[in-house]
Design a protein around this ligand. Structure first.
Ligand SMILES: [Zn+2]
Length: 314
């Protein structure tokens, strides 16, 4: 009897221990002090980190051939510095590169292995540094969680290298990235699982906070996107017909900030460096204001449609 009792007790203990370990692993994702010491990329993945990076490099070269990259050193170096600071405060393991695409679209996207592209149109609507940082942190989170290669693994795309670059563009704001800048690709390939989008929001806000920024920068950039959508209805409805807008995004982020990010005495909101860089970026766009013609957006089907230049979001 006694031995049986001990056995039951021991079994009870180990089950409790197992449950505790599982919940510790899970809760690490909710604890920004554990950033860097937690694995946020768990899951089946056919791609080694090296393979993932080689793939990303190849796709990045394709993007650079197709899009106009801003090489103004003040802008390029600023964006790189901002991105590296966020990446250092993330769960991502490998190196990153950050580049600016000259395009009025409001967007940013990441390729596997740490190649992040920011559109000048995003810099335009981000009045403050924490807002741009929020969008970039979201992209870094896609890379840290290895969403692209995990997704590819899931859908058993065995030979990713033969597929056009755009397929793996994890756009922060949505389809505009793929439709603009000459990156036209089939709609059916464009969706990140909604849970991956939520996870990138969730992790990205933590990286923003860990880098010292005001995490509500994420809320204000979301709100600006929403306002843009309201002002220009119809421009993104096509995208949303296949990928419905997630109305809870702002609310979920507010709850996260409240629940898991301990309040600090002060946060970085913006800098004079940011203002100078933004001014310079907008000055490059200025000639477009006087040009009468609308920019042309390429649809996934390859048809060119005149369009207002507004990104969706996802
Ligand atoms: Zn995303």
């Amino acid at each position: 009897m006694r031995r049986l009792g001990q056995f039951v007790f021991a079994a009870g203990m180990s089950m409790t221990l197992a449950a505790a370990l599982v919940s510790a692993g899970e809760s690490k994702k909710d604890d920004p002090s554990q950033i860097g010491n937690r694995d946020v990329s768990k899951g089946v993945n056919f791609y080694s980190l090296e393979k993932e990076r080689a793939l990303g490099r190849q796709l990045a070269q394709e993007v650079e051939r197709q899009a106009k990259i801003i090489d103004d050193p003040l802008i390029a170096e600023y964006i790189n510095r901002l991105g590296q600071n966020l990446a250092r405060n993330s769960d991502a393991k490998g190196p990153f590169t950050f580049k600016v695409i000259e395009s009025p679209e409001v967007n940013a996207f990441a390729l596997p292995g740490g190649y992040v592209f920011v559109y000048s149109g995003l810099i335009r609507i981000a009045d403050e540094e924490d807002e741009l940082a929020a969008a970039m942190a979201h992209e870094i989170a896609h890379v840290a969680a290895r969403h692209m290669t995990r997704q590819a693994t899931k859908t058993q795309l065995a030979n990713m290298a033969t597929i056009p670059a755009g397929i793996f563009l994890g756009g922060w704001t949505g389809y505009a990235a793929r439709q603009g800048a000459g990156l036209a690709i089939p709609m059916s390939f464009l969706s990140f699982a909604r849970k991956d989008e939520s996870e990138a929001d969730y992790l990205g806000v933590q990286y923003l906070y860990a880098a010292g920024y005001d995490p509500t920068g994420a809320i204000s950039i979301f709100e600006k996107m929403e306002a843009l959508e309201r002002r220009t209805p119809g421009t993104i409805s096509r995208a949303f017909s296949t990928h419905p807008m997630d109305a809870d995004r702002i609310q979920r982020t507010e709850k996260e900030i409240e629940a898991i990010l301990p309040a600090r005495q002060q946060y970085l909101v913006t800098t004079s460096d940011y203002a100078a860089m933004r001014q310079r970026t907008m000055a490059r766009e200025a000639p477009q204001k006087t040009a009468p013609e609308q920019p042309t957006l390429k649809t996934a089907q390859g048809a060119k449609v005149p369009g207002a230049v507004v990104g969706g979001r996802r």
